[in-house]
Ligand binder design. Sequence first.
Ligand code: ARG
Length: 466
Amino acid sequence: MSQDDKTSKPWGGRFTESTDRFVELFTASVKFDQRLYPHDISGSIAHARMLGRVGVLKQEDTEKIIAALEQIRREIDSGDFRWSDALEDVHMNIEARLIELIGETGKKLHTGRSRNDQVATDMRLYLRTEIDSILVILQKLQSALLDIAEREAGSVMPGFTHMQVAMPVTLGHHMLAWFEMLERDRQRISDCRRRVNVMPLGSAALAGTTFPIDREYTAQLLGFASPAENSLDAVSDRDFVIEFCACAAITMTHLSRFSEELVLWSSSRFDFIELPDSFCTGSSIKPQKKKPDVPELVRGKTGRVTGDLISILTIMKGQPLAYNRDNQEDKEPLFDTVDTLSGSLRVFADMMPSVRIKHEQMRNAAKQGFSTATDLADYLVRKGVAFRDAHEIVGRAVRFCIEAGQDLANVSLDKLQEFSSVIDKDVFDFLTLDGSVSARSHTGGTAPEQVRMAAQRARIRMENSA
Ligand code: ARG
């Protein structure tokens, strides 16, 4: 566009000078906000219908506007639409095309509305749609984890504290820990959706409009639970974006921790799992390498989502009421968060079912580090020894094992009795890995039967709140 086309701008009336070309580019958002187009069009159609119903628009104008908007939707869908940065944003690009198509009638659509309530509505419609698909992928990943939990309810692996082998646990139990984190994430995101699903449209620039609009009707057409209560709040509020980004940052933090484990577990030091080939890459120089790119990238991408949250919080912190152009900066962080979160969830949901478990290696690793020492202490307590004394006795037995290069479960009964006379041959039921995990049989414990029941309950919980 040239310097003298100021008249082509929908707001050009008040201006005598045309916009500086660089300022035009600097202020334009159409490069990134064009992804809002399906929602912008749905919002406009609902607005036009409402104006028709209350008699602000003639019925034939309403129909004309709606038909043209549907045509624009098709043009954009098929890639035939020419976006112009001189027209700033998605809203004005679509409106300009509408006017091009139906002339004077097209100019009536913006009655009783402002871009301020329009963009806030578009963002909410967009986020609501994205949340719905994110919740589906999240559930898919959760079900994959429940499948593993059920399959591996009896598979023994080391449980860690401080990255040191602490006690044997079951792999099923370990998977359920990740499930629980994601279940809280799912609940948080569903709850956030309730606050997203409120309609700003009708707030106009900030104070409402003089036309006899019916906001309840527009809200109903767009599937919003209700119109927003306060017009000033509705055009300026972006805490629904902050809230979603915060939920996403927590979920990504969970996925990042999970990724870290998968990276460690697939390394030759651990060798607990093998990631599917289709989720790894090779090295251009070391032919033996198979790199866990997917979990590494998810771990890495967590940084940008946390960054997006900080961006949107910072964008909002200095803004007085009501709408300020700062708000245009809400889009890129939100879009980036949506893309990163849904991509990361999808790749995890696809990858987890084909992770190969190396049961022997996991079990052998659980034998290291005297992981059943606590079981021996608990055994002594059950035989009447005070816990502090039991702790001391087991400490001495462990020191003996370290010096003798032995595992607790392999020490002879005679030798064990030197440490405490209350020890009997039934002690070995508790010193084995399976004995140790089976003994932790209560709600939330690692015993295989508890894991099976917990997985069943988890499935019901998830399905009931879907
Ligand atoms: N592109 C703008 C945004 O994203 C639309 C609203 C513009 N409103 C205004 N008063 N300039 O926020």
